[in-house]
Design a protein. Structure first.
Length: 269
C-alpha cells in the first residue's frame, strides 16, 4: 500500500436529507479526530453502480496520493460480497466488490488489492449499514496508519475482483466514428463515449469533420461553448477529454428528442 494520509473522501448514494452521511463522519472522527473529510458526492442515483463508477474514474486522480476514497453505493449490503481496499495510482479506495471500481481500474490499473476481514475485529455489523460499521472504521484506521493492516485486511488477486465493462467502446468505420451517449450531466449536456484519444487515433485532419447526433448536423468540434451562439447545438471536448454535445445557455437534453438508443457520429467530409 502507499503512504497513509488523513484525507478521506466520501462518495455515496445517501443524499444529505438523512443522518447516514453525518453518522459515517462521526464514526471516522471517533477513530481519528484529525481526519480531514471531504464530500465527493452523495448524489449518486440510488444503487446506480455505473454512475458511481463513472464518477470515480473522473475524479479520483485529482486528489493527492495517499488520499482515501470511501465508496458506499452498495445494493448488496448485508450479503457475502467482499468489501475491497485497493491502491490505484497511489490513492486508496474502499468499495464494495460490485463493479463500482471498473471505471478506475480500466483507466489506471491497480497497484494492490485487499479485502476487509470483518470477522477479526467488527462485532455483529448491521445488515443494512456497512458504511457506518465497516467502511468508516476501516477508512479511519488506514488514515491513522498505526494498526498493522494484517489485522483487518487480506491480500487478494486483482483477477478476483468483479470488473464489468459498463460503457460500449466507440467504433471506427472507414470515414466515420460511431459512438453513443454515456451520461447526461446536470446541465443537460450529453457526454459521449468518444474520447479525444480515440478520435486522434482515427483522424488527423480536424477541419474536415462534422458531428451528428442521430440525423442532426451539429457541425465542427469547437474549442469552447461561447464559439457558438446562445441556443445553438455545439460539440466540444469536455474537461475529461470526452466528446460532449451541449446547447449554449440551455440544455441539449431538452432540445433534442432523445430516444434511448441515440447515436453520435463524427464524419470525415
Amino acid at each position: 500500500m502507499t503512504e497513509i494520509k488523513e484525507l478521506i473522501i466520501l462518495v455515496t448514494d445517501f443524499g444529505t436529507k438523512d443522518a447516514y452521511v453525518s453518522i459515517m463522519k462521526g464514526v471516522i472522527l471517533s477513530f481519528n479526530k484529525n481526519a480531514h473529510i471531504i464530500d465527493g458526492t452523495h448524489e449518486i442515483f440510488p444503487q446506480n453502480i455505473k454512475e458511481a463508477s463513472d464518477f470515480l474514474a473522473e475524479s479520483v486522480c485529482f486528489y493527492p496520493k495517499g488520499s482515501i476514497h470511501v465508496v458506499v453505493v452498495d445494493p448488496g449490503v448485508g450479503t457475502k460480497r467482499n468489501i475491497l481496499v485497493v491502491s490505484i495510482g497511489g490513492r486508496i479506495v474502499i468499495a464494495p466488490d460490485n463493479g463500482v471500481l471498473s471505471g478506475l481500474v480500466y483507466k489506471y490499473g491497480i497497484d494492490s488489492a485487499y479485502k476487509i476481514k470483518t470477522e477479526d475485529w467488527c462485532v455483529e455489523p448491521s445488515d443494512t449499514f456497512h458504511g457506518r460499521d465497516i467502511f468508516a472504521p476501516v477508512a479511519a484506521k488506514l488514515s491513522k496508519g498505526e494498526e498493522p493492516m494484517d489485522n483487518f485486511l487480506e491480500k487478494i488477486l486483482v483477477s478476483d475482483i468483479y470488473l464489468p465493462k459498463f460503457i460500449d467502446e466507440p467504433v471506427f468505420e472507414k470515414d466515420k466514428i460511431i459512438g453513443n451517449i454515456s451520461k447526461i450531466d446536470r446541465f443537460g449536456n450529453l457526454i459521449s463515449n468518444i474520447s479525444r484519444n480515440f478520435f486522434l487515433n482515427c483522424f488527423n485532419d480536424c477541419d474536415k469533420l462534422e458531428v451528428y447526433i442521430n440525423s442532426i448536423n451539429i457541425g465542427r468540434i469547437k474549442k469552447t461553448y461561447m464559439l457558438s451562439k446562445p441556443g445553438d447545438l455545439t460539440a466540444l471536448w469536455n474537461s475529461s477529454g470526452m466528446l460532449e454535445i451541449a446547447v449554449v445557455n440551455s440544455s441539449a437534453e431538452k432540445e433534442i428528442n432523445l430516444s434511448g438508443d441515440d447515436a453520435i457520429y463524427i464524419y470525415k467530409r
